[in-house]
Design a protein around this ligand. Structure first.
Ligand SMILES: [Zn+2]
Length: 114
C-alpha cells in the first residue's frame, strides 16, 4: 500500500519556531507523508504586500535619496527585521498618512509582527 500518489494534500503548519514555513502533507492517513515545505501562505502574502508597498513608495516623488536607495536595495531580497522597521515607517509616512487623512485623531495601530 505504498503506492500513494498524494492526490490530496493539505498545508500543515510547523511549530512556532518554524512558523515561516508550512509543510505540504498528504491527507491519506495511511501515508501522511510530508511532501515538501513551502513558505507559509501568510509570509507569502506579507511578501507580496511588501513588494506592492515598495512599488508604491518608489512611485512617490517625495522620497529622499536615502529612502529611494533603501527601497531599491530591499526590493529584490527579503528585508532584515531592521529594514522591515524602516519599510514600515516609510509605509506609514507616505502611504497610510495619505489615505488616512479623513480619519484625523485616530492613530494607525502599528502591527507588531511576531
Ligand atoms: Zn500520500
Amino acid at each position: 500500500m505504498n503506492n500513494c500518489n498524494h492526490e490530496y494534500t493539505k498545508m500543515e503548519l510547523l511549530p512556532p519556531n518554524q512558523e515561516h514555513c508550512a509543510g505540504v502533507v498528504c491527507t491519506n492517513p495511511d501515508c501522511g507523508k510530508t511532501l515538501c515545505y513551502q513558505a507559509h501562505p501568510h509570509i507569502l502574502a506579507k511578501r507580496q504586500q511588501n513588494a506592492a508597498d515598495i512599488q508604491k513608495l518608489l512611485a512617490d516623488s517625495q522620497l529622499t535619496a536615502f529612502e529611494r536607495g533603501f527601497l531599491t536595495g530591499v526590493r529584490n531580497h527579503k528585508p532584515t527585521p531592521a529594514q522591515r522597521q524602516i519599510l514600515d515607517a516609510l509605509v506609514s509616512k507616505y502611504i497610510l498618512k495619505r489615505s488616512d487623512s479623513n480619519e484625523q485623531g485616530r492613530e494607525a495601530a502599528p502591527v507588531t509582527a511576531g
